[in-house]
Write a protein that binds this ligand. Sequence first.
Ligand code: SAM
Length: 236
Amino acid sequence: MADKCILSSTPDEITKLGAYCLSNSTPLPASIRDVAATTASETGSKSMMACSLVQCHWLMTTTEMLRPKRVLELGTFTGVSTLAFYEATRDSLAEIITVELDKEYASMAERGFGKYVSGGRVELLRMCCADALRLVKGQFDLIYIDADKGGYAGYLRDILDRRLLSSRGVVLVDNALIFGLVVDDSFTSNVPAGRLESFQESAAQLRKFNEFVASDSRITCSLLPAFDGVMCIRWR
Ligand SMILES: C[S@@+](CC[C@H](N)C(=O)[O-])C[C@H]1O[C@@H](n2cnc3c(N)ncnc32)[C@H](O)[C@@H]1O
């Protein structure tokens, strides 16, 4: 039986499906809608780096089910996904650490956190992910990797070698399929104009990363064709 996969939709169909999903879901918290709208108006084409509103729904639901005590996010951008983790842990009051290297994006994220986060539950580390992984202490129940694609393998190796993931924890990795380009170069129809070469480079990095994940005997993994591809990793 053929798999039903949203990646095979045209950009127009993806927009329509996204709108349908949002109109048949509980409204997202105002914090996420506000910061997503500000991101779209202030960062122009870069705003495609932010989590879509439908993906925020999925992140929130997943986080609510996992009930993490501690969350680590690599790659904050303007804080849209960070707010999804925050809103989904209002009851459990999880501690959230998020990492962003770019000063301007970090400041934008802090503006949103200043407006919507209370209780000092979100800490933004303004540094590169490799340094942050050396700095953080203890274990995390949810780790979201969404930063520079070339760094993913090193980040996961550090997480596993240093046992930063708790025994019940999950690592979620975004952009594991890069529009489908990890499979082969025929998946070009949804790639933004003029960006094919840079996404092909990311696809080569993710292809290696996905192979590394699938072959590491310490973990189990599920690579899902949702959004831009999500790799879910747990201890074996
Ligand atoms: C895809 S965006 C993150 C999107 C965010 N998680 C969301 O869903 O709204 C990736 C972010 O990682 C940051 N980044 C890239 N390389 C990094 C590095 N080595 N260390 C820390 N942050 C990095 C970029 O500046 C960018 O803001």
